[in-house]
Design a protein. Structure first.
Lengths: 381, 317
């Protein structure tokens, strides 16, 4: 395999040669009858060996598609996939299915969202684990079985010997997710994609699964991309976080920086929509008004502008570029970032304008229209 | 096993209902067995005599119970027209019908399954679209037309197969399979199209399941993903419909039997009905009903083989 080292001008100018995974301007578009859906629209990110990247976003932000697109797991039909995915310096975007088969399972593996649907209901758990062992590591049946047993043990499944001969429906949700993790880990991948691995599980099991993933990751010195809609999940378990909105990464930073010095109003909105224990009872949670934009016809300017508290005229006209914050490795897309004088001014203007319109007696139909009206009002002054 | 016991009780009820209804309906039809047996030149006294001889003067329920009693002891009665015992006639005619049935379903499945697998892998592709179109075409041609075309092309013009008749399986199996190819293929054509459509559709929806993406993400070959992961969960409709067809064809191969001059059960049933010869019809109906119920039972059992969830649910129940 030829290792092509690319000139490092990807996101943040990091030398992509050193990275285990380097995604450069990845686009994934679906051709539908309604038009082209820009599910992933120019995403760049880097992942070092052994590190964890959290990808956070609402439903429909393109985070699952991003993970599947990096792995090349999307169907070929009616899907346009452009950009570069460098894995150990080699661009795998043009790889055929055949070439990808040596990457899948042994280099990259994925844990899916719902263990109720991601295990084959008519195959024994044991066979679902051993088949990739036999395929990738050319093990014989008894070797593979012994390895599968060890895997089940390491993911914390009681009575693993008996479980090997059972079917998925005989296991609980948490146990099933442990099995899918065992399957993903079977051939010792260097990157694990965990696509909302706890969303479908009981709250009591969620932490167990996340801890298991974390433990396996550090034991195996494996990199992980943890996709979730829950900022709480990634808070203590990731090195970096990328916040996705409408197919784009809108903010990316080391985890502690993101939580302490967020620049993007969307990140702020996500953080303030997390319930906090020290809030008094019956505190009304902040919600993000409106819905993510239609990815067939994304709005002009900033994608988040129609829902943003800080929105100004400029946001509705011009798309903000990815800007570098003061901390290295912290990037964001915003004209009026949170915590800056510009941002404070923008928010102050909007609040004042909203107060003015409401005292004038107009009943705002929605926050969006109020904010847009507020923006228009500011323009006239 | 409770499941088997339940099915057996069900079988008895189905058989009673089916045979009684067929008995009733046959007797409600216009026409008279006595007329057929006695002949056109028969006078009123002769007719009356024939009726008494055949026991036709008794009321329907009495005759049904008599038939039931005899059948339960193994005596299925004799034909009123040619005095042949029904059990003997059925023994003579069953083999060719059963063989035709298995043969045709075998051809249909052997053609439909690989085609469906290839079509489903590239759903919407050229192979998929053309095979679907051809299947629709075949489905809409009546079987007697297909039979006649086959005879014309393969029997008359090319001379590869006999147009009518066959060698018995017990006499020469190879010859027999060769001779019955055209009738079996005729029956298979329509089934083939149905199986292809059905299995293809189920495969396509299975291939969109998460566990297929998961299997793909393991890096195993796409052939293995298809065969090991997708086939079994996709085969429910196929098994159901194939089972129904097996049952339906036990007495339903009439057209093919007539065109290819095969003495099967369908022909026997048809002759019995048109001659108002109700004892043979009763016998044939009984065989068809037993076959139908047994095949349905086999299909039910087969579900449990395909899907462990059904197996376990039944074990618990």
């Amino acid at each position: 395999m030829s290792r092509k080292v690319i000139s490092g001008s990807a996101a943040g100018g990091v030398d992509t040669g050193k990275q285990l995974l380097s995604v450069v301007d990845l686009k994934t578009h679906f051709l539908t009858e309604r038009g082209t859906v820009l599910a992933v629209d120019g995403v760049s990110l880097n992942l070092e060996r052994g590190k964890t990247l959290g990808v956070v976003g609402e439903s429909g932000s393109g985070k699952t598609i991003l993970a599947r697109s990096i792995m090349g797991l999307l169907p070929k039909r009616n899907v346009v996939r452009e950009g570069h995915v460098y894995y150990e310096g080699t661009d795998i975007i043009g790889h055929s299915q055949n070439e990808m088969r040596s990457v899948w399972g042994s280099e990259m593996a994925m844990v899916f969202q719902d263990p109720m649907t991601s295990l084959n209901p008519v195959m024994k758990v044991g066979n679902q684990i051993t088949e990739s062992l036999v395929h990738h590591l050319s093990m014989d049946k008894s070797e593979a079985k012994a390895t599968a047993l060890a895997l089940l043990q390491s993911v914390g499944i009681p009575e693993p010997q008996q479980r090997l001969g059972e079917y998925p429906h005989q296991l609980s949700g948490g146990m099933r997710q442990r099995v899918t993790i065992a399957i993903a880990l079977a051939c010792g991948p260097k990157i694990l994609f965990a696509d909302e691995p706890t969303t479908a599980l009981d709250v009591t099991v969620q932490a167990q699964i996340l801890n298991l993933l974390g433990r396996q990751q550090s034991e195996r010195h494996m990199a992980m991309i943890l996709v979730t809609h829950d900022l709480g999940v990634v808070a203590g378990r990731t090195d970096d976080i990328a916040v996705m909105y409408a197919g784009k990464i809108v903010e990316q930073a080391p985890t502690n920086v993101l939580f302490s010095k967020m620049k993007m109003p969307y990140t702020e909105a996500l953080v303030s929509s997390i319930p906090k224990l020290d809030n008094p009872s019956h505190t009304v949670l902040e919600i993000i008004p409106g819905r993510p934009p239609d990815l067939v016809h994304p709005p002009k300017g900033c994608n988040f502008a129609p829902r943003c508290k800080y929105v100004q005229d400029k946001c509705l006209e011009e798309e903000p570029p990815l800007a570098q914050a003061e901390t290295p490795g912290h990037f964001y897309r915003c004209w009026f970032p949170v915590g800056t004088p510009e941002g404070r001014d923008a928010l102050g203007r909007n609040l004042a304008a909203a107060a003015a319109t409401s005292t004038l007696g107009s009943t705002p139909a929605s926050t969006t229209t109020t904010l847009t009206a507020a923006a228009a009002a500011t323009k006239e002054t | 096993m409770r499941f088997v016991r339940k099915k057996l009780v069900q079988l008895i009820f189905v058989l009673l209902a089916v045979t009684f209804l067929s008995f009733l309906m046959l007797n409600l039809l216009p026409g008279d067995t006595a007329v057929v047996v006695c002949g056109i030149s028969c006078d009123e006294a002769g007719l009356q005599q024939t009726r008494t001889d055949l026991g036709l003067d008794k009321p329907i329920p009495v005759r049904y119970v008599e038939w039931l009693k005899n059948t339960a002891t193994g005596d299925m009665g004799i034909s009123a027209r040619n005095k042949q015992p029904v059990s003997e006639a059925i023994r003579e005619r069953m083999p060719v019908t059963i063989e035709l049935l298995i043969y045709s379903q075998f051809i249909a499945l052997v053609v439909a399954i690989p085609f469906a697998l290839i079509a489903a892998q590239r759903a919407g592709g050229i192979f998929d679209r053309s095979s679907t179109t051809i299947a629709f075409g075949l489905l809409s041609v009546p079987s007697f037309v297909i039979a006649l075309v086959f005879i014309l092309v393969f029997a008359v013009n090319l001379g590869w197969f006999p147009a009518v008749g066959y060698v018995k399986f017990t006499d020469n199996p190879a010859e027999n399979i060769h001779d019955l190819f055209l009738p079996a293929l005729t029956l298979a054509v329509a089934e083939m199209a149905v199986y292809l459509r059905l299995f293809r559709t189920d495969l396509i929806s299975t291939l969109q399941e998460d566990y297929i993406t998961m299997a793909k993400a393991k890096g195993i070959s796409s052939r293995r993903v298809l065969i090991r992961h997708a086939v079994r969960p996709s085969s429910f409709s196929l098994v159901t419909v194939a089972g129904l067809n097996f049952g339906r064809l036990i007495g339903g191969t009439l057209i093919v039997e007539v065109i290819f001059a095969l003495n099967g059960l369908g022909r026997y049933l048809y002759d019995g009905i048109s001659g108002r010869d109700y004892i043979p019809v009763q016998g044939a109906v009984l065989v068809v009903a037993v076959g139908y119920v047994l095949i349905n039972f086999a299909v039910d059992m087969f579900y449990a083989v395909i899907d462990p969830r059904i197996r376990h649910a039944r074990a618990i129940a």
